[in-house]
Design a protein around this ligand. Structure first.
Ligand code: ZN
Length: 125
């Protein structure tokens, strides 16, 4: 029996092993019904790309707020994209290319509550 953790493919949060998944843990990809229904939509993909682009441009500050990616994807309805942008940020963290911070400290994407910023990974974990 393997008890371990994996990352939700949609929101990037850690999925904790549960007994009901004992038989099909390998197939578990989503942390919740909500994530399973939503998966990664084209707009979610776009948000991830927006974060990467914003962090690439030379004049970019060292880190950005996910809302900046939401605004660049949809300047009018960006508020609706705020949570998806936070999910996109968490996915980049699980990919190992980026890290999220609060008050300048690297934080665990699954546990971070409240606003956070994202930057390119500075340390090779
Ligand atoms: Zn999820």
């Amino acid at each position: 029996m393997t008890r371990q953790e994996k990352d939700c493919l949609a929101c990037g949060r850690t999925i904790q092993w549960r007994r009901k998944w004992a038989k099909n843990w390998d197939q578990v990809k989503w942390c919740s019904n909500r994530c399973r229904r939503q998966k990664v939509r084209p707009v979610d993909q776009q948000l991830g790309e927006a974060i990467e682009q914003l962090l690439e441009s030379p004049e970019a500050s060292k880190s950005i707020c996910p809302s900046e990616a939401a605004k660049s994807v949809d300047p009018l309805n960006w508020r609706e994209l705020l949570e998806p942008a936070r999910s996109a940020a968490r996915r980049l963290v699980t990919a190992g290319t980026h890290e999220i911070t609060q008050k300048g400290q690297i934080v665990d994407p699954s546990r971070a509550r409240g606003p956070f910023r994202i930057r390119r990974a500075t340390s090779l974990a």
